[in-house]
Design a protein around this ligand. Sequence first.
Ligand SMILES: [Zn+2]
Length: 535
Amino acid sequence: MDMVFDLIIKGAKIVDGTGNPWFKRDIGIIQGKIKILGEPMVEAKEIINAEGMTVSPGFVDLHNHNDLSVLAYPNLESHLMQGITTSVTGNCGLSMAPINPRNLDLLRTYLAAFLKPDIDYGWDWQSVKDYFQKVEKHGISMNLVPLVGQGTIRLAVKGFDSNAPSPEEMLKMKTLLRQSLEEGCFGMSSGLFYPPGSYCSTEELIELASVLKQYGAIYTIHLRNESNKLIESVEEAIRIAEENDIPLQISHHKAAGRVNWGKVNGSLKLMTEARQRGVEVNCDVYPYIAGSTMINSLLPTWVLEGGTAKMLQRLQDKGERNKIEGEIAGGTMHGENWIKSIGWNNIIIGGCPANSKYEGKSLEQIFREKGSSKTPCQVFFDWLLEISGEAIMILFGMDEDDVKTVISSPLSSIITDAWATSPGGGGKPHPRAYGTFPRAIRKYVREEKLFTLEEAIRKMTSLPAMKVGLQDRGIIRDGFWADLLVFDADKISDNASFAEPHQYPKGISYIIVNGQVVAKNGKLTGVQTGRVLIH
Ligand SMILES: [Zn+2]
């Protein structure tokens, strides 16, 4: 049989994504798909000589926040260059669709800190389908796997209203969820830490998630509490999945705040026990001891009832300020109290659209420079008003031993939890946006020998692909889509640090998406073969 391949990768060790030991074969690519080759001499339009290199499936990032990034950076450079070829979007309850035009401003102002001032996002879509079309219009470099956000659905129906939904509102939410799944979403995410997810009872979530079963769709969750109530929050997540018999993914698993370190042993045990009862639960983890999110998450979530404008109003009211301060400083705050659990000095500003001079500084440092005689909370409220409540923060709250515990569990996938940027993107974003996957290989495979390269690659490819429901990606196998990386297993490393985050990793020579080379030696080729995948 004479077959002319579009591309052949010759001589590399293949780490196929299953966790099996590497093997040596040539890989042929034809019409975007993989064919593992038996005979050494076959024809190809292009040959990559990969002697001494490793080939793996492209990384499947099960958890990130690229929903707005992909409109500002269609090539998602900081994610692509670390080897991600498929990005699961719409996490933590916040997807960019469906939108109810009446509540659009609530979503837009809530997410303002993620918006790049020089980009016109248009905001001209409503359904998930409209949004996909918008995203694909300008061409993309990697594949996107969309989830629909439970918070976004609730926002469309009820705004930032903390009351339980009426029967009619529940019906509306279910209809929006069904429509989004029919338009191609792979599952529903929720973020019970963020409003409006934080306003929902377990019963409300169980009822809405009941829609997922008939679509074979996954449920992902940013737990209600990842610190003092970690265990109870994992129990809640498992209950939602178990009552509905649906697959569950516990997002960015961690124990935040020194007093909670070590609790991941108990939470992983709960997951293992649930699996023994037949609940398909997994988790994911990023290889850093710091997280990153919006600054307004430091406030009790009732402060955001009604939206960002209401929050700013409350911050101008003396009585409300004292009430908020009482809850934060007194430790009576409902939900997660980061200020109390990690302190002002462990909260660093990563992005501040109103004034970039704050970027890279801790809140403690910012307040000290203000030289005010007020209490730290009051200075904080003044500062929030100054910046219109819009900033991204980086929170140093985890223990490296916990990261190792979770990342070594066979149940965990490795994720970025980041929003992609590019070297010109500004700010001091969390380095995970550039370094996550190469870092996990450098640190946990090469340096600390926590697990093998094959196991690391499994956690980055076949495990997340299987979990979200991709049946033809994440493994190097005949007939699977050719999303592939060619890298040097001895050299692949992250370069991004908290001080200098805008650094591409090193050691990756080729990034192939749907059979074509989209990046070569850290440079885009200009080919955009990514697409929005449909469930
Ligand atoms: Zn999250």
